[in-house]
Design a protein around this ligand. Structure first.
Ligand code: ADP
Ligand code: MG
Length: 694
């Protein structure tokens, strides 16, 4: 957590002037010695001070026999000693004036209770000396620019470049680094943050935002503990943030008890929060790096593309991929096509968009064509498919890529380039030219789609108040109907006229007052779906009918705890929606809305937002539903009162923020009416943290 004043300056971890490595010995297989080997291999030029239990020489470095023997101004220490010794050693390092420590040892919180208390002692030691801690249980940092690599796993030196990697797992960090090398992307900095006892992804995003060598930040996370802070850091970050979130097992808790819980998996909350904060999400490392790569292109500002290809087949594939991703391929101007026809004579196979240039092999003409097309007002970006299979001098495709890159930069429009060729040629070209290359046509189109999504998200990016909202939903209890109604009343949410009474006679009297037709329901903490159990009687036309229905329900529910009888006015028919809130352990209050009634689980068509939301954001949320056309008047139906529904969602989102003890509240259905006739809640249930007054 960011407690120190200059919390965002983590440069000691990435470009230190001096490094202590604790845990080094001459023994075969000593892992700390690998850190020294990495520093050697990467060409680290600062001071390195190995520390071990006895003196000696390892990889040419002289080993000091104790932390006390360290000079006073070492910038960062890496620790790889047995877990039980770590808190003591870190305290000694703190006393020696070291303010940055990277603990790579495992056997802490990830292991067991003993590890957890060890972790607590480690954290205490770092706090006592105002140190920042990376890890434990990690492979530390690397930074090609400063030739620093403190991983205990041996890593090949990587070329410097624009991509930063932050990974909760050391192994996954490694595989990202390998992919970055393979794809010639280049690394700015990598951080393996392990158990995140102190520094986490939020701190790293803030720091990398200030790092001039980083242009795009990739996060690999298995859990998110400070969701709101992450949203805030990403929304404020001047660079794209790509999130690869693993560990997506659905939230199983309370599935039987409510729709809201089963519709809101952890992953759906992460997705919604990311969208809200302008974070790109990827479902794997390949997608994450594709997204990162696409962020190296100039921004795509519209949806109109031109496809230029050397192969008719690839042109067709590209056109399909463009259509599937919602792109348009506008006609190219006839004067341009006429000029091309003259210039190219036999070379051109098909003039249009896609433009199939066949076996044209004149790089100069190619360049001119690209330049003309990229310069067109009607074109926002380009897909260039360059197929080069027959043995060629790789200098030719390299020249073309260079030219395309130049044009793309000049026009500030993205040219996504699929170089379809032999591995060695691709390798040659990507090493020679600083421009992202895509391996397939689909990837190139996908990259532009990512670009477009990113800019759409960024325009609307916002983060809710980042005050940490920590909820333990461990034990909850049903919220009484009366308490639910009081909460809704407090926020002026529109509930159909409702009375809670205790016996059939009272029910009949209440119905007389409310008017007919009336509705009677059974309120019982044991009845989750009332209508399934005969606990809802609609369309009652008289006091007699109300009394009879009440008696019948009470009889059939003799084995259940009864809270009372609910008498309601019968709302007229309309479109049934579900609206709910939940307290998420990482992101705090969240609101959800979807098409309601009994079909809600069938269609799983819900959208959500981290609360609070404005009316406008609530309208956006509704627009995300697949069933949105049903709300806006599909097939000649009247459009419903979206404004009233959005206001309801906005109010519920504030209720969620103000009542963190209300773990869950579900309004199902909210009946929404046409035009400006509003909406009304006819059913509510909720759960509250146990121990709070129900
Ligand atoms: P449950 O969800 O526990 O089965 P509800 O109170 O939601 O019980 O009632 C089931 C259905 O009955 C609702 O989805 C709605 O269609 C209808 N209904 C319930 N109360 C009313 C009411 N006051 N006015 C009109 N229709 C109602
Ligand atoms: Mg209901």
């Amino acid at each position: 957590m960011d407690t120190s004043g200059n919390g965002s300056d983590l440069s000691a971890f990435f470009s230190p002037r001096s490094i202590a490595v604790v845990g080094v010995s001459e023994r075969e297989g000593n892992l700390a010695a690998n850190i020294l080997e990495n520093l050697r291999a990467w060409g680290y030029a600062g001071e390195v001070y190995p520390v071990g239990q006895s003196e000696g020489t390892v990889h040419g470095y002289r080993v000091l026999a104790s932390v006390e023997a360290l000079p006073p101004d070492v910038e960062v220490a890496c620790v790889l000693t047995p877990a039980p010794t770590v808190p003591g050693i870190v305290a000694q390092l703190g006393q020696r004036g070291i303010r940055a420590v990277c603990v790579e040892t495992s056997g802490f919180d990830e292991l067991d209770d003993a590890g957890r208390s060890l972790g607590a002692r480690l954290l205490e030691a770092t706090r006592a000396h105002r140190m920042r801690l990376m890890g434990p249980n990690c492979i530390g940092t690397s930074c090609p620019g400063s030739r620093t690599c403190v991983s205990f796993a041996l890593l090949r030196p990587l070329p410097p470049g624009p991509v930063a990697i932050v990974s909760q797992s050391g192994g996954v960090a490694f595989s990202y680094l390998r992919d970055i090398e393979e794809q010639h992307l280049g690394l700015s900095k990598s951080a393996s943050i392990g158990n995140k006892l102190d520094l986490d992804e939020v701190d790293l995003v803030r720091f990398l935002d200030t790092d001039p060598s980083t242009r795009v930040i990739c996060l690999y996370l298995e859990d998110i503990r400070r969701g709101r802070a992450l949203m805030e850091a990403a929304a404020a970050c001047s660079k794209p943030v790509v999130l690869h979130k693993a560990n997506r097992s659905p939230l199983t808790e309370q599935i039987a008890a409510s729709h809201t819980a089963s519709l809101l998996t952890d992953q759906s909350v992460v997705e919604a929060a990311a969208r809200q904060a302008g974070i790109l999400t990827a479902d794997g490392s390949a997608a994450a790096l594709l997204a990162a790569k696409s962020m190296l292109l100039p921004p795509l500002r519209g949806r109109r593309l031109a496809v230029v290809s050397r192969s008719g087949g690839h042109a067709v594939i590209a056109a399909d991929a463009c259509a599937a991703r919602g792109f348009e391929l506008p006609e190219l101007p006839t004067d341009l096509l006429d000029q091309l026809r003259e210039k190219l004579r036999a070379g051109v196979i098909r003039l249009g968009n896609p433009l199939d240039l066949g076996d044209l092999w004149d790089m100069e003409v190619y360049g001119q064509i690209l330049e003309r097309i990229a310069g067109l007002d009607r074109i926002d970006g380009m897909v260039l498919v360059f197929v080069s299979i027959s043995p060629v001098d790789p200098a030719a495709p390299a020249r073309l890529v260079e030219r395309a890159a130049q044009i793309s930069r000049q026009t500030d429009k993205p040219i996504a380039l699929a170089l379809v060729s032999w591995q060695d040629i691709v390798q040659h070209v990507s090493a020679a030219v600083d421009w992202p290359l895509f391996a397939t046509v689909e990837h190139a189109v996908e990259a532009l789609a990512v670009q477009r999504d990113f800019h759409l998200r960024r325009e609307r990016a916002s983060a809710p108040d980042a005050r940490e909202v920590r909820t333990s939903a461990a034990t909850t209890a049903p919220l009484s109907l009366e308490r639910c109604l009081a909460l809704l009343g407090e926020r002026r949410l529109p509930v159909v006229e409702t009375r809670v009474v205790q016996n059939p006679a009272e029910a009949a009297a209440a119905a007389e007052e409310i008017g007919f037709p009336a509705v009677v329901k059974l309120a019982s903490p044991d009845l989750v779906h009332k209508s399934d159990a005969g606990g809802v009687h609609l369309d009652l036309q008289s006091a007699d009918e109300v009394a009879r229905a009440s008696e019948q329900m009470l009889e059939s529910a003799a084995d259940k705890r009864i809270e009372g009888l609910v008498v309601q006015a019968q709302a007229k028919e309309g479109l049934e929606m579900i609206v709910g809130l939940r307290q998420d352990s990482a992101f705090g209050p969240v609101v959800v809305a979807g098409l309601g009634g009994t079909l809600v689980e069938l269609f799983q068509d819900v959208a959500l937002r981290v609360a609070p939301v404005t009316v406008e954001q609530a309208l956006d949320l509704l627009a995300e539903l697949r069933g949105h056309p049903l709300l806006t008047g599909a097939r000649g139906a009247d459009p419903v009162d979206l404004g009233a529904l959005a206001v309801l969602i906005e109010r519920l989102s504030h209720l969620a923020v103000q009542h963190p003890e209300v773990i869950e509240l579900e309004l199902n259905p909210v009946i929404v009416y046409p035009g400006t006739e509003g909406c009304v809640i006819v059913d509510v249930r909720g759960r509250i943290r146990r121990g709070e007054a129900p």
